[in-house]
Design a protein around this ligand. Structure first.
Ligand SMILES: Cc1cc2nc3c(=O)[nH]c(=O)nc-3n(C[C@H](O)[C@H](O)[C@H](O)COP(=O)(O)O)c2cc1C
Length: 184
């Protein structure tokens, strides 16, 4: 299986990356997979300009020529798209939202047959982002899977290290194994 991992956090190696790491550890145990990582904060992806040339041009190509081209290319061959992001103001990070908007150019060929693994870390709430993925999945025939992990103790009012979130890390690992084994 070919997979791409979209890393939405500017904090490389921290909570959402760690959750993604556990997912990928599970995936790797099911055999060899080609995994391409995209650290969005290190890439130059301009926000969608709303020109809709992707809708009107026969090739449905995006008019902007930037690093998003690397994601378009890898996306086409990938069966599994991993979205790993913290919640920022109730949604995925700006870096990931820019990529999501630019995926408008892919919507014309559809997302049929793609599996999305959405891995979210948060302090208080993640439902607004989760609901967006839940809403689009049936429309685009996306096989959607999600793991969310709260990295905050509301009683103590303290961030907790994700390494302490054993249940969620296990859940991400198990999901990686399940998707790698093709069980869906
Ligand atoms: C600018 C900013 C905005 C945030 N907004 C939210 C939010 O709206 N809801 C929430 O639950 N957590 C929010 N958080 C907390 C992060 O989602 C949380 O700490 C997450 O685990 C960080 O993941 P990371 O280590 O991968 O960056 C915010 C953090 C930052 C820096």
């Amino acid at each position: 299986m070919r997979a791409i991992v979209l890393h939405g956090s500017p904090r490389k190696g921290m909570n959402s990356d760690t959750l993604a790491g556990e997912f990928l550890r599970g995936l790797a145990e099911t055999g060899a997979h080609e995994v391409k990582h995209f650290y969005l904060n290190e890439m130059s992806v301009r926000p969608c300009q709303g020109c809709l040339s992707c809708a009107s041009s026969p090739s449905h190509r995006c008019a902007i020529d930037d690093d998003m081209g690397l994601i378009y290319e890898a996306y086409r061959d990938a069966g599994l798209i991993v979205w790993a992001s913290p919640m920022y103001w109730g949604y995925i990070t700006a870096q990931m939202k820019a990529v999501q908007d630019r995926m408008e150019a892919l919507a014309w060929e559809g997302f049929d047959g793609k599996t999305f693994a959405v891995l979210l870390t948060y302090r208080h709430h993640y439902e607004s982002a989760a609901n967006m993925f839940r809403r689009i999945a049936p429309h685009f025939h996306i096989d959607l899977h999600m793991v969310s992990c709260r990295t905050y103790d509301p009683e103590m009012r303290l961030d907790i290290p994700i390494e302490a979130c054993a249940a969620e890390l296990r859940e991400a690992y198990a999901l990686g194994r399940r998707l790698g084994a093709g069980a869906g």
